[in-house]
Ligand binder design. Structure first.
Ligand SMILES: NC(=O)c1ccc[n+]([C@@H]2O[C@H](COP(=O)([O-])OP(=O)(O)OC[C@H]3O[C@@H](n4cnc5c(N)ncnc54)[C@H](O)[C@@H]3O)[C@@H](O)[C@H]2O)c1
Length: 307
């Protein structure tokens, strides 16, 4: 049971076993390619059953055929019914009937029409907000369904018999850095931390926890070859998808880790390629502490889960 309390940063420089993941079932949205595929491979290597939800049927089916204990479901995460179906299939595919871990990974990056200038003589058109649809709305649907299944499985009263469950939200450097010219993408990635901040205090009621993984640049299909080549050419060192996979296992295998943001940094900034950013609390800041105390005064967590 991981009640929320302020902790020291999680030490990511340690070996760990993967017992907590063994024989459990996980869902990974956007798991057919890139970082999602790395989460899937890490989970499978640790002995988990994995359900991949993705729009990319070809790549998803290929992974399903290659890996043992993996099921692919065609799913557009912006479609609520698709996600309801995904969770139903995952529960029936799960050897235990339970879904223990959910990684809300599906995400896109587009040229930002909110930022772009239309031109002096152009009629102003409504900006395309697809990034919000996939990265934020899709992740909120995933978060709702994850909580629903976790509560259904574990009940609403904390007890030793509850089995550990965890929701992982996927941020980015854009979840904590200034990333010029990308207000939509940044809004969606900061939002992952917002969701985490809201859920982390009450998740213990249903034996759960919630954390954010924010990857640094990792070469996937999210940007074009040219974009990645340009980033490399200015001297930026990338992280590896496998480091994101290991970071996921580090979090899932320690049931005390709740309410924290991890950065998949690559080896430039950490030994193993990932670290606990320690940015979600303000230790020693008595002003924010005092404001936070007032924030929860009218509806303290102790009053119950649903009030
Ligand atoms: N690669 C990076 O440098 C990087 C950095 C920071 C954060 N991220 C985040 O990591 C996550 C994965 O990105 P990636 O780099 O692996 O990208 P990717 O494009 O290689 O893979 C994304 C996967 O998500 C799927 N997908 C996209 N929209 C979907 C939808 N609506 N429904 C279902 N599936 C959908 C795609 O089909 C694809 O399989 C994203 O949330 C992204 O914002 C990536």
């Amino acid at each position: 049971m991981a009640t929320f309390s302020r902790n020291f940063p999680v030490n990511c420089d340690v070996d760990f076993d993967t017992k907590n993941v063994e024989n459990k079932t996980a869902i990974v949205t956007g798991g057919a390619n890139g970082l999602g595929e790395a989460y899937v491979r890490a989970l499978v290597a640790a002995g988990a059953t994995v359900v991949i939800a993705d729009r990319d049927v070809e790549a998803g089916k290929r992974l399903e055929e290659e890996l043992t204990g993996v099921k692919f479901i065609e799913c557009n995460t912006t479609n609520w019914d698709d996600q309801v179906h995904l969770f139903e299939v995952a529960a029936s595919f799960s050897p235990t009937g339970k879904v223990s871990f959910v990684v809300a990974n599906a995400g896109i990056h587009r040229k930002d029409e909110v930022f772009a200038y239309a031109g002096d003589d152009k009629v102003l058109e409504k900006p395309d907000l697809a990034t919000i649809d996939v990265n934020l709305i899709g992740s909120l649907y995933t978060s709702k369904l994850a909580s629903h299944y976790f509560i259904k499985q574990n009940g609403q009263q904390p007890s030793e018999s509850q089995e550990d469950t965890c929701l992982i939200l996927i941020g980015s450097g854009a979840a904590f850095l200034d990333c010029p010219r990308a207000p939509q993408y940044c809004a969606t990635k900061w939002a992952m931390r917002g969701i985490m901040h809201s859920l982390r205090r009450t998740a213990f009621y249903y034996g759960s926890r919630v954390n954010v993984i924010s990857p640094w640049y990792v070469k996937t299909n999210i940007l074009s070859e040219e974009d990645f080549a340009h980033v490399t050419s200015v001297g930026v060192q990338f992280a590896e998808a496998s480091e994101a996979g290991e970071c996921l296992l580090r979090i899932l295998n320690d049931s005390t880790i709740n309410g924290r943001s991890f950065f998949v940094s690559g080896k430039k900034w950490s030994t193993r390629g990932y670290l606990d950013l320690d940015i979600d609390d303000y230790p020693g800041d008595s002003l924010i502490e005092s404001i936070q105390r007032d924030q929860v005064k009218s509806a303290p967590v102790e009053m119950g889960l649903f009030i």
